[in-house]
Structure formats: C-alpha cells, structure tokens
Write a protein that binds this ligand. Structure first.
Ligand code: G3I
Length: 311
C-alpha cells in the first residue's frame, strides 16, 4: 500500500486523516495529497458554532456541506468537529445566564447538527468502520484538571457535558462520540483528570456515553517523549477507542513524528491519527512549519521517515 492512511491501515489502524475545509479544498495541491495520502477529513472551522448557528435557531451548513460532500464523493471518513466549544462561539450563546435557556440552546444545537449530518453521510464503509466520529465537546478541562470556566460550566456546571453526549446519542447513535482536548500528551494532572471525568460520566449514565478520547497533540519540539504513557493512561479509561486528532509538531523533526507514530502503534485502542492540515502554508501556526508537507506541497523528511517506519 502507498500513502499514509494505507500504510497505517496495514498496521491495523483505522485511518490517517487531515483537517480541511472549503478554503483548502480549493487548492489542487491540497486535494491531490488528500486523495492520495489521507483517509479522513476534519472540518477545520466550518462545523463550529460560529459557522453553523450564528444566531439563535438560524443554521448555516453551506461551508460544512461542501466539506462533507467532498468527503463522501472521495470516499473519506469524517471526524466532525465540534458541537460544544468555548471558542468560535457566537456572543448570543456566551451571554446566556439562565439554566433552562442554555440547556435548550445546547440540546437544539447538538440535535440540529447531529440530525443534519446524519442524513447526509453515506460513506459506504467496507471494513466495519463507523462512518462518523463526533468531537461532541472540545477543551473542557484546565491544565490542572479542573473544569474550564465557560458559559457552559458557569451556568450548568459539569452537566453540560452529559447533556451534549445524550442528545448526540439519541439523534445519531451510529456516530462514535468523542471528548477532545489538548495537553494530554504526557502523564499530567489534566490527562488523569480526563480519565476520571470520562469514567464518572459513563458510570453515572450506566453506559458508554463517551466512547472515545481525542488527544489533539499540538506539540513543541522534543516534547514527544511522554506520549506513549499518556496514550496508555487515556486507553485505561472506560472508552472503546482513543485518537490523535490534531497532530502538528513545531519544526516537524522526523524523530518527533516517529515517536508519536510509535506511541499510537503500541496502544491498541489508538485507532487513528489526524494531522491538523496538509501543508505548512495552511497551518494555523504556519511559521512553525509543523506539518508533513511543505509550502510547495512536497513531502518533508518527517513524511518519508514516517512512511519508512510503517513499511
Ligand atoms: O472569521 C471568519 C468568518 O467570518 C468566515 O465566514 C470564515 C469563512 O472561512 O472564516 C473565519 O475566519 C477564521 C476561520 O479560522 C476560518 O479560516 C476565523 O476567524 C479563525 O478564528 C478560525 O481559526 C481556527 C481556530 O481553530 C478557531 O476556530 C483555525 O483555523 C483552526 O486551526 C483552529 O483549530 C483549533 C481546533 O478547532 C481546536 N484545537 C485547537 C486548534 C488550534 O487553535
């Protein structure tokens, strides 16, 4: 097999994906690489609350539908991102201070998005893959493991998390439901708090409401040594799978990328890696050249070494 996702699948993993959106899908250099190398896409912006429900009850799926339609017609899986996040959140939501109002607003938003995309995604998944993963909630913990301050936690405490997961499960039981965060790439208080949070919520519900944990892995150079133990800690939670969901590593050293690849390969619950973009040019932090392809869409040394490590 050739290409990142084919090689990764030959090692028993589900896919190696990349962030994308209409802005990058308009670049032939990106599309060529996505088609050849990657088996999954994550909308970098177009499914966020700012983009999908800019005012209450008014939904806009134009950009996200372009991403989903491209993925379906190109046979790519989708990591949908993200129902509930404190950032890219319209001010009309941020200003809510009433418990029942916010509960209804969250339930309506999650229900509308889960329902909209459930109907649209017909990826014929041959090898039993679930067609869709949802980042149901994103970045709900502080580095010390306490609940992050947001309109959601201020008004509803921790209960906004099971609320979002319950609506997602009721509306689209076929999607795999993830909780996603950063700084989960070493044995930190946050990593252990994430496991406690997931186990607490799943125990309270008596089922696996949270089925997966996403570790974003926006990494600094030389800071990859703790990744294996972190993935092992996350895999110890009551979840069916974990995933590396937004991988980019400052200056993209081959050794750093090989360390992350090796960590995922050694943890059976680690089902996928998603790079946070194709080319350095389009990275949210382009100046750190953190990705596997350069500004001319050529593969970098880290790409060759990662491919070699899977051959
Ligand atoms: O604001 C415009 C909006 O008016 C316009 O309609 C839209 C159309 O594309 O673009 C918007 O521009 C920017 C958007 O990216 C699309 O390029 C937003 O201003 C800008 O804030 C947004 O940045 C994204 C950021 O999340 C905030 O949503 C980055 O591209 C994206 O890489 C970054 O990704 C996050 C993950 O979602 C969560 N983990 C951290 C990661 C890095 O911050």
């Amino acid at each position: 097999p050739t290409g990142l996702t084919a090689k990764f699948q030959s090692k028993g993993k589900k896919f190696w994906g990349s962030a994308a959106d209409p802005n990058t899908l308009s670049k032939p250099g990106v599309v060529d690489i996505l088609q050849r190398e990657f088996g999954q896409v994550t909308p970098e912006y177009s499914m966020k609350w700012d983009a999908t429900e800019p005012s209450r009850g008014v939904y806009n799926f134009d950009q996200s539908d372009q991403l989903v339609n491209w993925a379906v017609s190109n046979g790519k899986l989708i990591r949908a991102h993200t129902f509930v996040w404190h950032s890219s959140l319209p001010s009309w939501v941020q200003g809510i201070n009433d418990h029942d109002t916010l509960t209804n607003v969250i339930a309506n938003h999650v229900g509308a998005l889960a329902g909209h995309f459930k109907g649209k995604v017909y990826c014929n998944i041959s090898n039993g893959l679930s067609r869709f993963q949802w980042d149901v909630v994103n970045e709900v913990l502080n580095d010390d493991g306490t609940l992050r301050d947001s309109v959601f936690s201020r008004v509803l405490g921790e209960s906004f998390i099971p609320l979002a997961f319950k609506v997602a499960r009721d509306v689209d039981p076929g999607a795999v439901r993830y909780i996603n965060d950063y700084s989960l790439e070493w044995d930190s208080p946050k990593t252990r708090a994430m496991v406690d949070l997931v186990n607490r919520i799943n125990a309270n519900d008596g089922s696996q409401m949270i089925q997966g944990i996403g570790s974003q892995m926006h990494l600094e150079p030389g800071k990859t040594g703790g990744a294996l133990s972190a993935l092992q800690i996350l895999a110890g939670a009551n979840v069916q799978e974990i995933a590396i969901t937004e991988l980019d590593i400052e200056f993209a050293s081959p050794d750093d990328y090989k360390t992350i690849l090796s960590a995922c390969l050694q943890v059976s619950k680690c089902v996928s890696i998603t790079s946070w973009g194709v080319s350095d040019t389009d990275s949210w932090r382009a100046s750190f050249t953190p990705l596997l392809f350069d500004g001319n869409y050529n593969p970098k040394q880290a790409y060759h070494d990662v491919i070699g490590a899977m051959s």
